[in-house]
Design a protein around this ligand. Structure first.
Ligand code: 13P
Length: 252
């Protein structure tokens, strides 16, 4: 059975001391994760090792980076490779967040290379997809997301795909307070799963965790997570508040 996951993307927020406090508060909340549930915390690069250290005795709690380089190693000043992240014990890497696509011009083709780096180093990508508002208004979101999947993931074989997590984050819902309705989320998640089934078969599709992201919060998490194809959430703002993040985890 596929994993249910709540992942917290801190984005470019918090000092180290604030981050430590947040992690300690989350751990103090006494979350009991059954076998089929996982929590992923994605702090900024300088804190990943510290967060890994703080959470290492908590089974079911994992650490993610928010990005990594598309190249293996070498003269790429300012970049962080997947091999480096693996060497400090990181578990997941968020790739293709819409903020990376929009502000740092990441393309589907470049993300395919990042996916390969992450998988080659034994890490799991959390691959983000999702449409901007004008695409949703034109009702062409399915074709838009299908193209993202095709151009960044479909070079993988079925074995490699088992290590991939997909996060559907409609751009119009990120940080806006405007959440996709449970029906909108379910429709897109079911569409993504059907696409994966068409390409990789039914078993691969049923094993794939697909997370929803975009203004998820304690008040709407339970309804979103109750949708049959929504396997948890990728949480931004609410992951910075221990009480909110733990409430969302408990909604799983
Ligand atoms: P918000 O939860 O702040 O809308 O952000 C979602 C997100 O981008 C998570 O990656």
């Amino acid at each position: 059975m596929r994993k249910k996951i709540v992942a917290g993307n801190w984005k470019m927020n918090l000092t180290l001391a604030e981050g430590e406090q947040l992690v300690n508060d989350i751990l103090a909340a006494g979350i009991n994760l059954p076998e089929d549930q996982a929590v992923v915390i994605a702090p900024p690069f300088p804190y990943v090792q510290k967060v890994k250290q703080l959470t290492r005795n908590y089974p079911g709690i994992f650490v993610a980076a928010q990005n990594c380089a598309s190249e293996k190693s070498g003269a790429y000043t300012g970049e962080v490779s997947a091999a480096m992240l693996a060497s400090v014990g990181i578990d997941y890497v968020i790739l293709g967040h819409s903020e990376r696509r929009e502000y740092f011009s990441e393309t589907n083709a470049q993300l395919a290379k990042k996916i390969d780096q992450v998988l080659a180093n034994g890490l799991k990508p959390i691959f983000c997809c999702g449409e901007p508002l004008e695409v949703r208004q034109a009702e062409t979101q399915n074709a838009y997301v299908a193209k993202q999947l095709e151009e960044s993931l479909y070079h993988l074989d079925a074995e490699a795909l088992k290590n991939v997590v997909i996060a559907y984050e409609p751009i119009w819902a990120i940080g806006t307070g405007l959440t996709a309705s449970a029906q909108q989320a379910q429709d897109m998640h079911a569409f993504i799963r059907a696409q994966i089934a068409a390409k990789y078969g039914r078993e691969a599709a049923l094993g794939l965790s697909i997370l929803y992201g975009g203004s998820a919060k304690p008040s709407n998490a339970a309804e979103l997570f109750a949708c049959p194809d929504v396997d948890g959430g990728l949480i931004g703002g609410a992951s910075l508040v221990a009480a909110d993040f733990t409430a969302i985890i408990k909604s799983l």
